[in-house]
Design a protein around this ligand. Structure first.
Ligand code: AMP
Ligand code: ZN
Length: 112
């Protein structure tokens, strides 16, 4: 989608602090980090949110979590959170599917 912020970042049209890239996704540093490590995992293909995925997206969803696990290990995190905000009331502000990888501090439960 031409006007979607994360499509433009994932296609490298807009610059970002890139941590990792492969054929399916990019991982970038969040511009407004809420933890010492705050990486966004963004699929290159536009999907609006987790509510919009279909059976055919199982491979992509698994890949996102595998890369999150590998990046966490490479970034030296032994405790971390992988978060998806789905829908405005849950805190989603960019309507292109993404996971937050958060680490480097303690987290409370339940989340706010
Ligand atoms: P969410 O609120 O779950 O949709 O997450 C969107 C995230 O994107 C927020 O944590 C923002 O700080 C982050 N963000 C917005 N614009 C950019 C950008 N240009 N580069 C990196 N992160 C961004
Ligand atoms: Zn998009």
């Amino acid at each position: 989608m031409a006007e979607c912020l994360f499509c433009r970042i994932a296609s490298r049209e807009l610059s970002s602090d890139l941590v990792f890239e492969d054929e399916q996704l990019v991982a970038i540093r969040d511009i407004n980090p809420v933890a010492p490590v705050h990486v966004l995992l963004i699929p290159k293909r536009h999907v609006g949110s987790l509510a919009e995925v279909a059976e055919g997206d199982a491979g992509l969803l698994g890949h996102l979590q595998l890369v999150a696990s590998r990046l966490a290990r490479e970034l030296g995190l032994d405790s971390y959170r992988v978060v998806n905000n789905c829908g405005a009331a849950a805190g989603q502000s960019v309507f292109h599917l993404h996971y937050h990888l958060l680490g480097g501090r303690e987290f409370r439960w339940p989340p706010g």
